[in-house]
Design a protein around this ligand. Structure first.
Ligand SMILES: NC(=O)c1ccc[n+]([C@@H]2O[C@H](COP(=O)([O-])OP(=O)(O)OC[C@H]3O[C@@H](n4cnc5c(N)ncnc54)[C@H](OP(=O)(O)O)[C@@H]3O)[C@@H](O)[C@H]2O)c1
Length: 365
């Protein structure tokens, strides 16, 4: 009898209310069953952490179920097949799947059964790029700008929040490739410097310094809030706002949109922590200035990248060209070891990352 393979995985132990803590997770060792006919065994090499997971820790949505307690969490991963009893997948293949937060996993090979396992070609680029530039991060920025936002080359003034994050930094670069005027906000001076010097956007500001300044003057100085900063950065108005954070940024952008401006609701990182809190606690209010959307003929549209898989080929073609021509890159913030995944996830809400946040779980065969 062969020894059973033991895999570590990260479980959610409590439904967080408000701030998530490392105590809401635990690392558990499980024995994997013997591989059956038609199955593959995969060792994860990389996984990503994504702010929107915060929603599913607390509750489900119309399209996605809430995470189960005391079960492994899920999220993007790239791994390598280390054993195969399938004729569709072979040992050594690299695969992209949604089975992060664990060292090993077993899947059937029924690709019609929504198992979301895709073989990737390591010759195209470093395998973790399939979680970044060539994966959800790049694709989300692409869909948001072109399909939802209708980016107009050489015309638009584009504002991007969380501009130094994964999706934000890619959105900034694509908008620059398309000769737009690009303004970004971020939460540290280092990020602002990086956005100006390396990403080469036109204007960047530290929204946290603006907050500090308001507190220091113990008054709401209208010249020191995000809205006033945007007025300075975009005197003729914002044509396209790529919203990664919601909350105060969204309200400030609405103040400054040009007529017929478009707001792409990609994420709402600043308010995710309020999801699942009790109704009597202080939930963030919606933008108080939403009526401006009427007089300024604005369009606000949310989207989820996975609804747009039909344009993956166009995306891959454009992104590969930009990478080859050295027009785009994605910085990575890497955490080592599966144990560090909760810390990596919490870091997203403290602004500890620049670019894409990844956890390195294992090595190639
Ligand atoms: N719609 C879709 O299909 C889709 C797909 C993927 C991702 N998303 C969303 O896109 C957004 C970006 O995702 P990502 O993976 O690239 O994450 P990310 O932007 O790399 O990381 C999150 C960033 O948000 C900023 N942040 C945290 N708390 C904030 C607050 N209270 N106010 C303002 N900024 C705050 C932090 O940067 P600072 O230092 O600048 O604060 C942090 O680095 C997320 O909201 C995510 O849920 C949507």
């Amino acid at each position: 009898m062969t020894d059973k393979l033991v895999s570590k995985e990260i479980h959610l132990t409590h439904r967080p209310k408000g701030f998530v803590t490392e105590q809401d997770f635990e690392i558990v060792q499980v024995e994997l069953p013997e591989l059956r006919e038609g199955e593959i065994l995969v060792r994860n090499i990389w996984m990503s952490v994504d702010p929107h997971m915060r929603i599913f820790l607390a509750q489900g949505t119309r399209s996605t179920s809430v995470y189960k307690l005391n079960k492994p969490l899920s999220g993007g991963c790239v791994g390598q097949i280390i054993a195969s009893k399938s004729d569709k997948f072979k040992e050594g293949d690299f695969v992209l799947a949604d089975n992060g937060w664990r060292e090993y996993w077993i899947s059937n090979d029924n690709t019609n059964n929504n198992n979301n396992v895709t073989v990737i070609d390591p010759k195209i680029g470093p395998i973790q790029h399939f979680l970044g530039l060539l994966g959800i991060t790049g694709f989300t920025a692409y869909i948001g700008l072109f399909k939802i936002g209708g980016l107009r080359e050489g015309i638009d003034t584009v504002f991007v929040s969380a501009a130094a994050g994964g999706v934000g930094s890619v959105a900034c670069q694509i908008a620059k490739i398309k000769a737009c005027h690009v303004v970004g906000s971020a939460g540290t001076e280092d990020k602002v410097k990086w956005l100006l010097d390396d990403v080469k956007i036109d204007y960047a500001f530290n929204y946290k310094r603006l907050d500090e300044s308001i507190i220091a003057h113990s008054t709401t100085d209208e010249h020191n809030d995000i809205s006033s900063e945007l007025k300075r950065a975009c005197p003729n108005g914002i044509d396209l706002y790529f919203d990664n954070v919601g909350g105060k940024h969204l309200e400030a952008a609405i103040d400054n949109m040009s007529l017929f401006g478009r707001i792409v609701l990609c994420g709402a990182t600043s308010v995710y922590d309020s999801i699942g809190t009790n109704a009597n606690s202080s939930l963030p209010s919606g933008p108080s200035n939403l009526s401006l959307a009427i007089s300024n003929r604005l369009r606000l549209q949310g989207f989820v990248y996975s609804d747009h898989n039909n344009i993956i080929p166009n995306f891959q073609q454009s992104m590969s060209n930009w990478i080859r021509e050295d027009k785009i890159s994605l910085k990575e913030t890497i955490y080592d070891g599966l144990e560090s995944a909760p810390k990596a996830f919490l870091g997203l809400f403290k602004g500890e990352n620049i670019g894409r946040t990844l956890v390195r779980i294992g090595s190639k065969i």
